[in-house]
Design a protein around this ligand. Structure first.
Ligand code: SF4
Length: 408
């Protein structure tokens, strides 16, 4: 959403922008985004009985929680193993912990999972969960199987502020951010569903081998919780997914992209969907704040991007809107010199959606042009569309109950 409070990037001389992008983007701008995120903070992670949730605590916080009941740091290490390696949900199952201590832990703490309000499996094997949190809010999570592996698409917000016009989630106002416990909890619950505990050795042969942060919400508008959750999921003594197996998708929250790259180093995907500011302003309204040139500059300096770890550009194919051959050529021009690939996503209609899917021959022609320029441009098969689990189709009935300031 347009926001007049931001410091215009143009205020910084071109040379400074090139040499010191961090400075150019200003700490002030990031602080503003983080303050907005805090205004949509999740409720405290405690259960009905007042017990503190252990899922979602960092290692340091877990050690502090143990110190709070007079326990030594090794107890935190033990719990970490049980929660994230073994998938234990019950202290009584933690057999390396003596019974009296199990009882003590169960009095003060919980190892929770989201409630499963609904679970559906598509004819193509895609599985979608509607998870419900303690305050009644709901999000959707999707598992997309692929031969002997698969990706869990996790949500980061209930609703979304960004109103991308092709996206069903965008029609649902932002209710609140998810906490780290809720973000991690989606993956743990998906693993429960497939019985993939304890954590398999190595990364090969896992059913739940990848995470894509592409569900409901804009993850970089909930950066702190997302970063904490992904750090937990990457920890090598737990779920142990490497950063190469995690892809975070943003609509282009430029000031947070540098921080995400530096601190998390996960793969980056960018929802591009248009090659001119005029059109992108319309279909991805965040573009009015961070236009294409700024977005691509942030992509070019994204740490770790290389031919082995290319930046993914998502491009939803909307018939007669953004799918011309000229636009394919302009896309190639924009990406020149960048380690990139382009995912072409035939538009997945949802009830009341204003667009039509591009004709298959048009999608193929677009792909050919991008491919011919040396960029891989797979045409994504819609997955789980019979259960509204495909890209841009997620939505829940959660509504914002409290009055808060506008979008992030
Ligand atoms: S595409 Fe992503 S950022 Fe845009 S409205 Fe949908 S969920 Fe929000």
């Amino acid at each position: 959403m347009p926001d007049d409070t931001r410091t215009p990037l143009k205020a910084f001389p071109r040379a400074e922008r090139a040499m010191a992008p961090e400075a150019a983007l200003t700490a002030e701008e990031r602080a503003r985004i983080l303050a907005k995120a805090a205004a949509f903070a999740p409720p405290p992670a405690v259960d009905e009985a007042g017990r503190r949730e252990l899922v979602g605590l960092s290692r340091e916080e877990l050690a502090e929680a143990m110190a709070g009941i007079g326990e030594k740091p090794f107890r935190a290490k033990q719990l970490w193993h049980w929660i994230y390696h073994q998938g234990a949900r019950d202290f009584a199952a933690m057999t390396t912990i003596a019974r009296p201590m199990q009882v003590r832990l169960a009095e003060a703490f919980a190892v929770g999972r989201p409630g499963v309000a609904a679970e559906q499996t598509s004819v193509d094997g895609t599985r979608k969960w509607l998870f419900r949190w303690r305050d009644g809010q709901q999000v959707e999570t999707v598992y997309i199987p692929d031969d002997d592996r698969g990706a869990v698409c996790i949500s980061t917000q209930v609703g979304c502020t960004l109103s991308c016009t092709f996206c069903h989630t965008g029609t649902q106002r932002l209710v609140r951010n998810l906490g780290a416990a809720e973000i991690v909890g989606q993956f743990l619950a998906a693993r429960d569903s497939y019985g993939e505990w304890p954590t398999p050795k190595g990364e090969e042969g896992r059913k739940l081998s990848n995470i894509v942060v592409m569900g409901m919400g804009e993850p970089l508008y909930n950066y702190e919780n997302v970063a904490k959750a992904l750090t937990i999921l990457m920890d090598h003594e737990g779920v142990a997914l490497s950063r190469r197996r995690i892809t975070l998708s943003t609509s282009g929250v430029v000031p947070m992209m540098d921080r995400c790259g530096a601190e998390l180093g996960v793969n980056l995907a960018v929802s591009l969907h248009a090659v001119t500011d005029e059109l992108r302003n319309e279909i991805v309204p965040l573009n009015r704040k961070y236009p294409i040139a700024e977005l691509l500059a942030a992509c070019r300096r994204y740490p770790g991007a290389s031919n082995a770890r290319r930046i993914t550009f998502e491009y939803v194919m909307l018939r007669g809107v953004n799918d011309s051959e000229g636009e394919a050529r302009e896309l190639v021009r924009l990406l020149r010199g960048m380690p990139a690939k382009v995912n072409l996503i035939p538009f997945n209609p949802w009830p009341g959606s204003p667009y039509e899917t591009s004709r298959p021959e048009q999608v193929r022609r677009f792909a050919e042009i991008v491919n011919a320029a040396g960029y891989s441009s797979p045409i994504r098969r819609p997955r789980g569309s019979d259960i509204l689990a495909a890209c841009g189709q997620l939505k829940t009935d959660s509504e914002r109950k409290r009055a808060t300031a506008g979008g992030a």
